[in-house]
Structure formats: structure tokens, C-alpha cells
Design a protein around this ligand. Structure first.
Ligand SMILES: [Zn+2]
Length: 264
């Protein structure tokens, strides 16, 4: 399996409020693009670190996916996006892979971490979730020493909260983020991956083989799911999340449930 050097795809690395980690460029846009746009609107800083370049993908080249992920990063108004260049299809929870993810978590120092789904038709997704969750734990241990690309020693840091985003296998979500107001922008970031998804506004690329996600019906499915989970909370569009590294605490129960539910 080839491995690549880590590359900065977009922006300037530095502390953010929320960091999304993903096995492949496009995982985040597929699942929680609206959530990231909402966070930006609320004044929170966000970043994405993709683990692989998706070089085993049926459609598009790794270079194409990097270019597409930079465009999506701009559309999602991220602070930065990086690609760690880990080997696609071999996302094992190894010492070396964990070290690279620990370095990323310590570089971005997020309060909240969004990670891959705990179960999925694509085996890399649950592998990436386990790698991310373990790396977040180890990133908090001072005895594990890492350095920034310029050689500066990194301080330990562990994100306080970890949430899984939903991929092909559904779970019973802990919460659903109302993304109705940013839905169109969210789908623009999604269609930045021209090599992966069929944009209904563009003619189909007959030369490339069809996949689970390139099928024209796929975008409908993504929208239908957002509609379905959104409806459950009385919103037009929603993105489901799973909190299972819990429980989480509050000293203001009312603030947690401040948002009204349309159909209680
Ligand atoms: Zn993926």
C-alpha cells in the first residue's frame, strides 16, 4: 500500500473549536458539512484532517481528490484542511498511524472532535473511527512526545467531546443538528467532489465506472436522510450524530434542551 507525505490542503493550521477527522476526503462533506457551516456561522473555528487521499477509490485520482477537497474546504469556510497521507484501505490502529493522528489533534487542539461512523459498509470508516478515538485518548498523555513539522515539541491535548457522524449504516442518533439554513451551501461543498458524485446539473461522465456514491440517486438519498432526521426534530434538514464516549455533563439542563421541538 503506498503512503504519502502529509500535505496542507487549505488554510493555516492552528487551534480550532471543532476538528472533523475522516478516512477519506469527502466523508465529512457527505455527513456533516451543514454542521460545520452552522459552527462557522456561530463564530466557531473548524478544520478537517483527512487520513488518506482515497487512492483506492474507483473514480478520480488522488491528486483530483486533493484539489476537490481544497475547494470544499473553501466552501465550508474552514480554518485549515490537511491530508495525512496514510495508506488507503489499510487504516489500521498502528503505532505509526496513531502518532500521525495524535500530532494532528495536538496541532488543532479542538474542544470537540467529529469522527467516522462506528459501523459502515466501507470497512475503513469504523477503522478510522477507532483510530481517531484512541489517538484522542493518547494525545492527552504527556509521556507520548510528538513534534510539529518544524520540530517544535507539542503539548498534550485531548478533545473533551467526541461525536460520530452517520455514514451508510444508520444508528439511533443522540442528537440531530438542524442544518436547514445552510443546506444549499452544504450541497455545494458536497458537489465540489466532481470525480465522486453525480451533479444533476452536469452531464454524466460515461467514461468512469458507477459506484455506490456516483449514482445519480445517491444525492437524493443524502437529501432524503437529512429530510428524514430533520423531520424528527421539526427541521427541514438535519444531520444525525452519535455521542457514545459519554456521558456528557452540564450545569444548565435547560440550555441543553433550549431548542423547541416542533412536534413534541
Ligand atoms: Zn469514506
Amino acid at each position: 500500500m503506498p503512503s504519502f507525505e502529509p500535505v496542507l490542503v487549505y488554510g493555516t493550521p492552528g487551534p480550532v473549536d471543532v476538528l472533523a477527522l475522516a478516512a477519506h476526503p469527502d466523508d465529512v462533506e457527505l455527513a456533516v458539512g451543514g454542521t460545520l457551516l452552522n459552527l462557522d456561522r456561530a463564530g466557531h473555528k473548524t478544520a478537517i484532517v483527512d487520513f488518506t487521499r482515497g487512492e483506492l477509490g474507483t473514480r478520480g485520482t488522488p491528486e483530483q481528490r486533493l484539489t476537490e477537497s481544497a475547494e470544499a474546504a473553501r466552501l465550508l469556510r474552514l480554518t485549515a484542511r490537511e491530508n495525512l497521507g496514510l495508506p488507503d484501505g489499510n487504516l489500521e490502529n498502528t503505532l505509526d498511524n496513531r502518532r500521525r493522528v495524535i500530532e494532528a489533534i495536538r496541532r488543532y487542539r479542538p474542544h470537540l472532535l467529529l469522527i467516522n461512523a462506528p459501523a459502515c459498509r466501507h470497512p475503513d470508516h469504523p477503522s478510522a473511527a477507532a483510530l481517531a478515538a484512541d489517538a484522542n485518548f493518547y494525545a492527552g498523555l504527556a509521556q507520548i512526545q510528538t513534534v510539529d513539522p518544524d520540530g517544535t515539541p507539542q503539548a498534550p491535548h485531548r478533545a473533551a467531546h467526541v461525536l460520530h457522524y452517520m455514514q451508510s449504516v444508520e444508528f439511533d442518533p443522540t442528537l440531530v443538528v438542524d442544518v436547514s439554513d445552510v443546506w444549499d451551501e452544504r450541497m455545494r461543498a458536497f458537489f465540489a467532489y466532481r470525480s465522486q458524485f453525480h451533479d444533476p446539473a452536469a452531464p454524466p461522465d460515461e467514461a468512469e465506472p458507477q459506484t455506490f456514491i456516483s449514482n445519480p440517486d445517491f444525492a437524493d438519498w443524502v437529501a432524503a436522510r437529512a429530510h428524514s432526521y430533520g423531520y424528527r426534530i421539526g427541521a427541514r434538514r438535519g444531520e444525525p450524530l452519535l455521542y457514545r464516549h459519554g456521558p456528557f455533563g452540564t450545569d444548565d439542563l435547560f440550555a441543553v434542551f433550549a431548542k423547541a421541538k416542533r412536534f413534541a
